[in-house]
Design a protein around this ligand. Structure first.
Ligand SMILES: Cc1cc2nc3c(=O)[nH]c(=O)nc-3n(C[C@H](O)[C@H](O)[C@H](O)COP(=O)(O)OP(=O)(O)OC[C@H]3O[C@@H](n4cnc5c(N)ncnc54)[C@H](O)[C@@H]3O)c2cc1C
Ligand code: FES
Length: 270
């Protein structure tokens, strides 16, 4: 069962004019959260915005004994709720419901793990990278953004021995262009005997391109989809995704329950 708390803001760190990392005192939720799961947040006390918004659990905060004290979210400001989260002050309360949704399937060696992140789609990969490292899985992060100033937490991943493959649209860091280009080259060069699992999170176009590329090279791929979510609990059907069922036909599934992590080869990409 998800837990609902009025979580105190422990810290709010701006990373840029649009991105911030917000730390929330929600230890019960943090101690249960698995990589890829999300929380529904409502930062304001009033009716605007009325509904909670979904955010991936970014980091689990722990005390010296290793007990969870809270969680962070990596937020990109695009509207009403994310603006309130950007401006949130220490001590303020944020309604926090979670953990929600289906997490990533974490592979074991000898499989490698390749994470593919676009922009704020980096969020679910901090905890995934930690879990992969704990299992001794060799990991690579393909991470793309518009410009170098929007590539965050690189040292965090380096400290986990994650290989970084960076791209920017303006060429200011890493390869110029989209992140799927180096991904495809690496897949083409990989020997058949090397097992690899792909995990992707980011804009729909990037997810579709990653899923299609994985299918072209017959590699398993899980994607974390970002649909608009009214409730996060299966009640409103705002978050549906067309998926191939066991009967071979496409059915709409609620991504807040069946996802947000879904098999890329079962989604009907528009
Ligand atoms: C499972 C899941 C995990 C997510 N994790 C994160 C995260 O870690 N960090 C983060 O910054 N964001 C994340 N998002 C997206 C986040 O929920 C939206 O950015 C947020 O709901 C916007 O709220 P708002 O009130 O600021 O914007 P609104 O005022 O509600 O919307 C502003 C504009 O953005 C559009 N929009 C809103 N939500 C989405 C969406 N999901 N996809 C495309 N367009 C949208 C609206 O249609 C509108 O045009 C996640 C979404 C999902 C479903
Ligand atoms: S968000 Fe309401 S059913 Fe999925």
């Amino acid at each position: 069962m998800p837990i609902d708390v009025a979580a105190r803001v422990m810290a709010n760190r701006p990373l840029s004019n649009d991105y911030n990392v917000l730390a929330l005192a929600a230890p019960a939720i943090a101690s249960l959260a698995m990589p890829g799961q999300f929380v529904m947040l409502k930062p304001g006390a009033g009716a605007d915005p009325l509904l909670r918004r979904p955010f991936s659990v970014f980091e689990i905060l722990r005390d010296a004994d290793g007990s969870a004290t809270g969680l962070t979210i990596l937020s990109k400001r695009i509207g009403a709720s994310t603006s309130l989260l950007y401006d949130a002050r220490q001590g303020q309360r944020v309604d926090c419901l979670g953990p929600l949704g289906r997490p990533f399937t974490i592979v074991d060696p000898p499989s490698d793990a390749w994470m593919v992140a676009g922009g704020v789609g980096l969020a679910p990969f901090a905890t995934l990278a930690q879990s992969l490292r704990a299992r001794g899985v060799r990991s690579t992060l393909f991470y793309g953004a518009r410009r170098s100033a929007e590539l965050f937490y690189l040292d965090f991943f380096r400290h986990l021995d994650v290989e970084l493959v960076l791209t920017t649209e303006d060429g200011s860091l890493g390869e110029r262009g989209r992140v799927v280009a180096p991904l495809e080259r690496r897949l083409a060069a990989l020997t058949r005997s090397t097992a690899v699992m792909l995990y992707a999170c980011g804009p729909d176009g990037m997810l579709a391109a990653t899923a299609r590329t994985a299918m072209a090279y017959s590699r398993p791929c899980e994607v974390s989809v970002e649909r608009i979510m009214g409730c996060g609990l299966g009640g409103c059907y705002s978050c549906v995704v067309p998926m191939r069922g066991e009967d071979g036909a496409f059915h709409h599934v609620r991504s807040c329950l069946a996802g947000p992590v879904l098999r890329g080869d079962q989604i009907r990409w528009e």
